[in-house]
Design a protein around this ligand. Structure first.
Ligand code: SF4
Length: 342
């Protein structure tokens, strides 16, 4: 087993201090403002440190995982207005929550977020725990979100490593030759742990994330505008084509050329709009109108039915009979009706 120091590259010892200084100065000039960074949801501590609202942070982080930043900027304040604190979210009905999640995609995230909120209320009396370990033990909270809440809300001196941050560390301290190249996680973590400035973990990570999102982007790093170009081992790659290569992503399960998650979102959206249970057959017919898609082959129809059963298994929709009663968990057929939870 390596000690963390043994994993630090030589370049780290040569340039880490300047990297810290240059990046923080750049962030003071160019840092972006977002609702989740807003001062009004922050509390000044006696020692001068700023404590950010952990509830707003966790909601923002869960939204940002799979939704564009610009959409989250628009939706987060509305969501926080509808569910202003962890108790309000914990006590909401699933249906109200799924409706409020409209436009965000990946609706099951809303239910996972609520599970975490219920655990905060049930196990901690509505006060968020502060350590990464306790946060990661909440249902539906992964290691990244746990570290983000511990650091951004409570100022914990822990590395917060998302895909942008991993890319920037990799390029800075190692010579990278392609857009998708990042170092093994243990190497990045070793560097990241050493880089977090004492007492300034929150600002440091916001700066790293801004740099990764706006300058050191995945496909077209703008080294000529980068505040770290003089320290970076991958700056101004001579072989620019390599940096322009698209990182081969794992293909998503698809239906008629579109990712299945998009079709799942459309089923939920249809039920949001109709405000009443719909027969599965009708949903399939509305999603795939015969004028556009012809008769769906049996295999595809079965695939759509299975997708709808998956939404039921995930708790996003429910099987229903007239009057709203449940008929069974999953296993619906085309004649059955489904609805959003109440
Ligand atoms: S110099 Fe280029 S590769 Fe290096 S961190 Fe800046 S943008 Fe990224």
């Amino acid at each position: 087993m390596h000690s963390p120091g043994a994993l630090l590259p030589r370049s780290f010892h040569l340039s880490s201090r300047q990297v810290r200084r240059h990046l923080i100065r750049w962030f003071e000039r160019e840092g972006r403002s977002f609702p989740w960074r807003a001062e009004e949801r922050s509390v000044k501590q006696p020692a001068g440190a700023v404590l950010h609202d952990p509830y707003a942070i966790i909601v923002a982080e869960v939204m940002l995982q799979q939704t564009q930043t610009s959409r989250v900027v628009e939706k987060l304040p509305l969501f926080l207005e509808r569910f202003p604190n962890v108790a309000a979210l914990a006590g909401a009905s699933s249906g109200a929550l799924i409706r409020a999640w409209q436009g965000m995609g990946y609706n099951s995230r809303a239910l996972r977020l609520q599970e975490a909120a219920r655990a905060v209320v049930g196990q901690y009396g509505g006060e968020f725990p502060r350590t990464v370990e306790e946060l990661a033990a909440l249902p539906g909270v992964g290691p990244y979100t746990a570290a983000a809440v511990a650091c951004f809300a409570f100022g914990a001196q822990v590395p917060v490593i998302d895909v942008n941050v991993a890319r920037v560390y990799s390029r800075l301290f190692y010579k990278c030759h392609s857009a998708g190249q990042t170092l093994p996680f243990e190497s990045i973590r070793a560097v990241a742990e050493e880089m977090v400035p004492n007492g300034d973990a929150y600002r440091w990570h916001q700066a790293m994330m801004d740099l990764g999102a706006t300058i050191c982007t995945a496909r077209a790093p703008r080294c000529e505008r980068c505040p770290l170009a003089s320290e970076c081992l991958s700056a101004n790659p001579s072989d620019l084509e390599l940096f322009g290569q698209r990182h081969a992503a794992k293909p998503e399960p698809a239906l008629r050329g579109e990712p299945r998650r998009i079709w799942r979102g459309r089923v939920v959206e249809l039920l949001r709009r109709t405000h009443e249970p719909l027969q599965v057959r009708e949903i399939i017919d509305r999603l795939f109108p015969a004028e556009l898609f012809g008769d769906l082959p049996v295999q595809e129809r079965t695939g759509v039915l299975e997708m709808i059963r998956g939404l039921i298994r995930d708790g996003l929709i429910l099987p229903a009979v007239a009057g709203g009663g449940l008929v069974r968990e999953g296993g619906v057929e085309e004649n059955d009706r489904v609805m959003l939870p109440a």
